[in-house]
Design a protein. Structure first.
Ligand code: CP
Ligand code: NVA
Length: 312
């Protein structure tokens, strides 16, 4: 008689995971960081010595690729990194078949996909956990690292204010999900033409989240504890000139940072384009925590992988 296996613990998006679980993952990430390369026993998945992570990249990556690989090694498991063109996926094999085949070899999948639909399909058909390493719509692992970074600099994020300045893109969408799940205020300042997708805005409304979509960067940044931005041209965007023109008034400079709280921090998921979405002065200035943020991808993802593999 076959025993039905429990549904895999996917990490697809922050709106799909409850607030208490996300809080536990962040608390685990703080603990992982305090312990350096040694993962505390209570946070280590039991099967980890036999576990293999496969990563599939449809787009380039520096931080996600390396931090997930190192995270899996520090947990005690192994990983395989693949470009989608190395797979039959790159020449037309479906995500559905790919998910079912690779689930027979490995224990967890991380994917960076051009389309969110690819992620959804992989997750629907994989029998092992699937982690979202960025799609055209969201970037939840990035925002988990950002929450960790906020908290280590400024304390608990609940009740605080974050200003997102710029494109209403994939990272902005995950920030919006996070505002609801972690209970903070998010002011999004973006051009009307580059506002976040309606499905995210409507979800926030249904959840009664404290998220304001505005079009004035000064109004958004005033009094904020954290100012965050991202590139004006995301991977896959085809209208670079139009975006740069629309986003010109949304550059984060010293004058904008001066509107934020006195001890406010500046974050950017990187890669950054100095002189566009952020000035050199702000990116390299004393309020910038972008390299802590980049490091925290490792600690946050160790916690995410450990949760997906059932450690806590
Ligand atoms: N921030 C981020 O996801 O960086 P990579 O594209 O280098 O992975
Ligand atoms: N919004 C950016 C994030 C890069 C990490 C992109 O999708 O290219």
């Amino acid at each position: 008689m076959s025993v039905k296996k429990p549904a895999p613990r996917h990490f697809l998006d922050l709106d799909l995971i409850d607030a208490a679980t996300l809080r536990r993952i962040i608390d685990a990430a703080h603990e992982m960081k305090r312990n350096g390369k040694r993962v505390p026993e209570n946070l280590r998945p039991r099967s980890i010595a036999d576990d293999v992570l496969v990563m599939i990249f449809e787009k380039p990556s520096t931080r996600t690729r390396i931090s997930f690989d190192v995270a899996m090694r520090q947990l005690g498991g192994q990983s395989i990194v693949l470009n989608h063109m190395d797979l039959q996926l790159g020449r037309g094999e479906s995500a559905i078949d790919t998910a079912r085949v690779i689930s027979r070899y490995i224990d967890i999948i991380m994917v960076r996909a051009n389309s969110h639909d690819t992620l959804r399909e992989l997750a629907k058909y994989a029998t092992v956990p699937v982690v979202n390493g960025l799609t055209d719509r969201t970037h939840p692992c990035q925002v988990m690292a950002d929450i960790l970074t906020f908290e280590e600099h400024l304390g608990p994020i609940k009740g605080r204010t974050v200003a997102w300045i710029g494109d209403g893109n994939n990272v902005a969408a995950s920030w919006m999900h996070a505002a609801v799940r972690f209970g903070f205020t998010l002011n999004v300042a973006c051009p009307k033409e580059l506002a976040p997708h309606a499905d995210v805005t409507e979800w926030v409304k249904r959840e009664k989240g404290q998220v304001q979509i505005m079009h004035d960067p000064v109004a958004a940044a005033t009094g904020a504890d954290c100012v965050v931005t991202d590139t004006w041209v995301s991977m896959g965007d085809k209208d670079a000139d139009r975006r740069k023109a629309l986003l010109k008034p949304f550059s984060v400079d010293a004058a904008l940072m001066a509107q934020a709280a006195k001890n406010a921090i500046f974050m950017h998921c990187l890669p950054a384009y100095r002189g566009h979405e952020v000035t050199e002065q702000v990116l390299e200035g004393p309020q910038s925590v972008v390299f802590d943020e980049a490091e925290n991808r490792l600690h946050a993802q160790k916690a995410i992988l450990a949760w997906c593999l059932g450690a806590f």
